[in-house]
Design a protein around this ligand. Structure first.
Ligand code: ZN
Ligand code: ZN
Ligand code: ZN
Length: 470
């Protein structure tokens, strides 16, 4: 059991002054949580740069000294992963593998320093030149060697270079990189634009380099079809996802805040067990951007990547705790243990009660759970799971045997002093167990729960009280 901090769950409202949080105040609510002092500032920005050894979202290869990014849901980079598979087949232990593995440097710089000439442009090549200066040097090198048959002196060439102006951020909507040319694209997206055969035919005016030096003004761009170029910039995705960054650029405000909150919450609750590789997080963000959703709740899961759906489930779980008050959860047919400051080890906060179809019965068990969480929380979730399952069996029995399916609370004088008929087997869809226990065991549980419900009917739990978590 773990008590949540007062930031991790909302202030509890039990007096009815706030009936719901499921309407238009969601963004306001999340904004307040995200700007609170206890929120990790790492997740506040629209471009989240995660340290490679972050305890939850770490992305560096596990080989000591290797600077490459690990594969999603893997420990090693691609090269070391293949080497590890081969080492396993050869009977090597993990310790032997780590001792023998040679650390690698990335093929392209993950966090490049500035160009040695231009202070605002990221370095592109091994000489630490930006894309434009690097291209110029290659042209100069080929020209001198072709004309004079000799190698140019790099230092002489470098001394004549002047810095290019800052071209701003890349025009591709989600791309956080700095632009490397007057076209307004980073060097990776310049390559993508050429690969896509230059939609819209955008190109800088002729002699644009001289234009910058002599006129000190932005370079005019010529288009064959400007709208086509702008559409390409809107619809093109990121060029690099394996760099420890998550780009929320281009998302609508609410879904952006939801993802920030969910990432923060997941970092606080590693007991949930599921890993969230940053590449998969970015896939989900890309799907949200493509579908232009306002909220994660609006996303069409049928049009998502499979990996996006895996993360979406966890993110909606953490949002449900924020968007629903206790009263809302009772109305909707579930209970969140986090709302009571209780989190059982290796369990979600969410307990689904919707398999209990009779509203009066579902409310009774909700009250029973709430009372237990407030007054005497158990050490594990098992008592709740057993009660939930037994009440679901009772619900199924009432549906099949009681007049009107047992939905009328007037039939609360349960027509048995113990169940004599075999109850209808529960539907598999909601059963948390892989195997159904033997009938005798189910019947004894069932009787126990019937007595619990009858006891509750005679002596309802205490009225909920306002409880502060600290
Ligand atoms: Zn590696
Ligand atoms: Zn430069
Ligand atoms: Zn770019």
């Amino acid at each position: 059991m773990k008590a949540m901090s007062d930031l991790q769950v909302l202030p509890l409202v039990t007096d009815g002054s706030v009936s719901t949080r499921t309407a238009g105040d969601r963004l306001e609510l999340l904004t307040a949580l995200i700007t609170a002092p206890n929120f990790d500032p790492l997740f506040r920005t629209d471009v989240i740069k995660v340290p490679r050894d972050h305890p939850t979202y770490g992305w560096g290869c596990a080989v000591s000294g290797c600077q490459r990014a690990q594969g999603p849901a893997r420990d090693f980079c691609k090269v070391h992963e293949l080497e590890w598979v081969a080492a396993q087949k050869a009977g090597q232990s993990i310790t032997e593998f780590h001792m023998a593995a040679v650390p690698l440097i990335p093929k392209s710089r993950i966090d490049p320093p500035p160009c040695v000439v231009c202070p605002d442009a990221p370095a592109w090549d091994a000489r630490q030149l930006c894309y434009l200066h690097g291209s110029r040097w290659l042209r100069h090198h080929a020209d001198v060697r072709g004309r004079k048959g000799m190698l140019p002196v790099y230092e002489e060439w470098l001394a004549k270079q002047v810095p290019f102006p800052h071209f701003g951020q890349c025009k591709v909507l989600p791309c956080p990189e700095q632009a490397s040319s007057p076209l307004g694209l980073c060097h990776r997206h310049i390559t993508h634009y050429e690969r896509d055969r230059k939609p819209g035919g955008a190109r800088p005016a002729a002699n644009w380099a001289r234009w910058i030096v002599t006129r000190n003004k932005p370079v005019p761009i010529e288009y064959a079809d400007r709208s086509l170029f702008e559409r390409w910039c809107r619809e093109t995705g990121l060029a690099n996802r394996a760099n420890g960054q998550v780009s929320l650029l281009g998302l609508r405000p609410l879904v952006k805040a939801e993802i920030k909150w969910a990432l923060f919450q997941h970092g606080n609750n590693p007991t949930e067990g599921m890993i969230w590789p940053l590449v998969w997080v970015q896939y989900l963000i890309d799907d949200c951007r493509d579908q232009r959703v306002d909220s994660l709740a609006d996303i069409d899961q049928g049009n998502c990547r499979r990996l996006s759906r895996l993360l979406l489930f966890g993110m909606l779980n953490s949002l449900r705790q924020v968007y629903f008050t206790r009263d809302d959860t009772k109305e909707a047919g579930f209970i969140e243990t986090d709302h009571f400051g209780v989190r059982f080890a290796s369990c979600h906060s969410h307990i689904d009660l919707t398999p209990i179809s009779q509203r009066w019965l579902r409310d009774l068990i909700w009250d029973m759970f709430a009372n237990r969480l407030l007054t005497d929380p158990p050490k594990s979730r098992s008592p709740f799971d057993m009660s939930r399952r037994a009440c679901a069996e009772l619900s199924a029995y009432l549906e099949a045997q009681a007049p009107g399916g047992g939905h009328d609370p007037g039939t609360d004088r349960l027509p048995y002093g113990g169940v004599r008929r075999r109850p209808t087997p529960p539907r598999r869809a909601w059963s948390p167990y892989a195997e159904t226990p033997p009938y005798e065991e189910r019947r004894s549980r069932h009787r126990y729960e019937v007595h619990s419900v009858r006891h509750l009917q005679r002596r309802p739990p205490r009225a909920p009280v306002r409880v502060g978590l600290r």
